[in-house]
Design a protein. Structure first.
Length: 376
């Protein structure tokens, strides 16, 4: 569809594929135009003018006379001047555009009318909402950067690269809204759905993700957000680095957005927040399958032979970046012999706890081991 990049508004008015999309869109044509316009946002103003013209001239009755055309144009101009509103397409007589000799003349006149209306109004009807205007989101600026909305209508993950070098892996049926370029002191995007974020570090410009009721603030890290509009939960899972999560309704939101230090509920690697939307409640816990976060060269061998349980547990906690709370003095006398290199975290802990007659639970994103000591 690159041939449309050089089209003017009048070219779109006469284009059969564009007219079909405006007047009788199919699933395929709507997906094609939506994707193309998302990739070429600079052409949006032109297509919106052309769309208004096509809708205004949608007709299905015999050809109009010159006097009827003149009357329609005068009435349309009068309504625009009096109300500042778009022409009501339902009041226009309907004629088959492909049979009417007058159509090109009327289209040219309507194009001028619609162009004038766009000059009079600073915001287009179908323009994506600027992030700065979203409810309890960040404060509105006088000049908002142009926004792009990417929607993944495929069955596979979609890579979205931002102007600051950050990368977003957008899952199917998900969408992300972001500026063409980050020009403010804050980098801000809006997510609907599921996405994995890899954010470029920029301490002077923190990164904010608005996802339903939650706001996630980062400086440079990787994390996942699951925030479908239809879901009862919103989750944020951290892979590397640290993020701060708070609700849009939280007190002092504007102050939080402007500070450089982390605020709200802070998440570290392998931790996640579950926000229950119905109960307006946040629960901090661990991800389902925690991963080792240290570099390969620093990964210890989880092979223990008569190793004090306290030492084995500390080694595991350090490798996964998770705080494991236990009575060190009590477990120093509990030896552990096991080979745990290939087991996931929870299985490692279960094996150790069974060996020392202990148990563990997850509390507030930490692991707490309960033990009364062991019998040697």
């Amino acid at each position: 569809m690159d041939q449309y990049l050089n089209f003017e508004a009048e070219d779109f008015v006469w284009d059969p594929f564009f007219r079909q999309w405006v007047l009788a869109p199919t699933r395929e044509s709507d997906a094609a135009w939506t994707q193309w316009l998302a990739e070429n946002p600079q052409i949006l103003p032109v297509t919106r003018q052309a769309r208004q013209v096509v809708l205004a001239l949608r007709t299905n009755e015999p050809a109009l006379s010159a006097s009827e055309i003149d009357s329609i144009v005068k009435n349309t101009v009068a309504r625009i001047q009096q109300t500042g509103q778009e022409p009501d397409t339902r009041t226009l007589p309907r004629r088959p555009f492909y049979k009417a000799v007058w159509f090109r003349f009327a289209a040219s006149v309507a194009l001028l009318i619609v162009a004038g209306w766009f000059v009079m109004h600073s915001k287009l009807n179908e323009q994506l909402p600027a992030i700065g205007t979203l409810g309890t989101g960040p404060a509105q600026e006088q000049t908002q950067p142009q926004q792009i909305k990417k929607t993944n209508a495929t069955a596979h993950p979609m890579i979205v690269r931002l102007s600051d070098g950050s990368q977003i892996t957008l899952s199917p049926s998900s969408s992300i809204t972001y500026p063409v370029r980050f020009t403010d002191s804050k980098r801000e995007v809006v997510l609907n759905g599921y996405a994995f974020f890899e954010i470029s570090k920029d301490p002077d410009r923190p990164f904010f993700v608005y996802a339903n009721e939650l706001i996630t603030k980062v400086l440079g890290t990787s994390f996942t957000i699951n925030a479908f509009e239809s879901s009862h939960q919103v989750t944020v899972e951290v892979k590397t680095g640290r993020v701060s999560v708070f609700t849009k309704a939280g007190a002092g939101l504007q102050a939080k957005a402007g500070k450089r230090e982390q605020e709200g509920v802070v998440l570290s690697p392998n931790q996640k927040i579950i926000f229950e939307r119905d109960d307006v409640r946040m629960v901090k816990t661990l991800v389902e399958k925690p991963e080792i976060i240290v570099s390969k060269s620093q990964v210890p061998h989880f092979e223990f032979e008569d190793t004090p349980a306290s030492q084995a547990i500390a080694s595991i906690g350090k490798a996964y970046g998770i705080d494991i709370i236990f009575d060190e003095e009590l477990l120093n006398g509990c030896p552990v012999t096991a080979m745990l290199d290939n087991q996931p975290l929870h299985e490692k802990l279960s094996i150790i706890c069974k060996a020392i007659e202990a148990n563990y639970e997850i509390i507030d994103g930490q692991i707490v081991i309960h033990s009364r000591g062991c019998r040697n």
